[in-house]
Write a protein that binds this ligand. Structure first.
Ligand SMILES: [Zn+2]
Ligand SMILES: [Zn+2]
Length: 263
């Protein structure tokens, strides 16, 4: 295989110099898994032949992008439209012409920002096409296997982007795990949480774990610390990494009461 290879379990694309990798290091980690039938790889070209990208409007300032049929972890990427420039929150492995045209019709991208390593996917392909930087927390640098030229490793507790939007590092799932806080798009503000939290199908409980697929809990002191940090933020709406994970009201109190159950 001469093209850059993509792990079919997590969707991560590796650089050409990693072509000899037998197992995906992201899936070998405790927070992911190598499937029972063994490691398999694909490429962006192969994926383009068999899959498409579905874009869906959530509201005037927020769209979701998802691969169909579902691929790897099955997450959505969220496109945030703002007066100061658009942000892609997390990423998906498939980038094709219709998706590029759609995003360009909305004004392109000013930045790609990540919650954590499970969604890095083909981030450098996206950054090349849209000529924008990638924001990744410095604590997760060891997981960036395909660094490209535009990865901005930020450090500290939070970083301001523009229009009051900030990336906040909360840790837990990964040391660099972060959320995107948007002070508009809802009456009291929005949190895009990736899988730093797992919004349940009932929308009445929000879980937190070190690993969701392997059901590995976080230490209680970490849950307590993250709860306290989240309660400092103003928000009423949360969007998670799966397309059903939209909480339109009372998200902060649901998160607070959910995390209190662990402690
Ligand atoms: Zn993988
Ligand atoms: Zn994850």
């Amino acid at each position: 295989m001469t093209a850059k290879k993509i792990c079919t379990t997590c969707g991560t694309q590796f650089a050409l110099h990693d072509a000899a990798l037998e197992l995906c290091p992201i899936c070998t980690d405790d927070r992911q898994y190598i499937p029972e039938n063994g490691q398999t790889w694909t490429t962006l070209d192969e994926l383009s032949d068999t899959h498409s990208v579905i874009t869906k409007r959530i509201n005037d300032g927020l769209y979701e992008l998802k691969i169909a049929p579902s691929f790897a972890i099955g997450q959505r990427a969220l496109l945030v439209l703002t007066p100061g420039g658009n942000i892609l929150w997390d990423c998906i492995s498939l980038l094709n012409e219709p998706t590029i045209e759609f995003i360009k019709s909305k004004g392109g991208l000013k930045a790609i920002a990540f919650s954590h390593p499970h969604y890095y996917t083909t981030m450098n392909e996206w950054a090349d096409v849209f000529n924008c930087p990638i924001y990744i927390h410095q604590s997760d640098e060891q997981w960036v296997y395909n660094k490209g030229n535009v990865v901005n490793l930020w450090h500290g507790r939070e970083i301001d982007l523009w229009d009051g939007i900030r990336i906040v590092n909360i840790g837990g799932h990964f040391e660099g795990s972060s959320i995107l806080h948007i002070p508009f798009l809802s009456p009291r503000g929005v949190v895009l949480c990736g899988d730093s939290f797992y919004i349940s199908p009932s929308k009445k409980h929000i879980a937190i774990m070190y690993s969701y697929p392997n059901r590995i809990p976080l230490p209680i002191h970490e849950v307590q610390r993250i709860k306290e940090q989240m309660l400092l933020l103003e928000f009423d709406t949360m969007y998670g990494f799966y397309d059903f994970q939209n909480v339109y009201q009372n998200a902060k109190s649901i998160l607070g009461s959910s995390l209190a159950k662990y402690i």
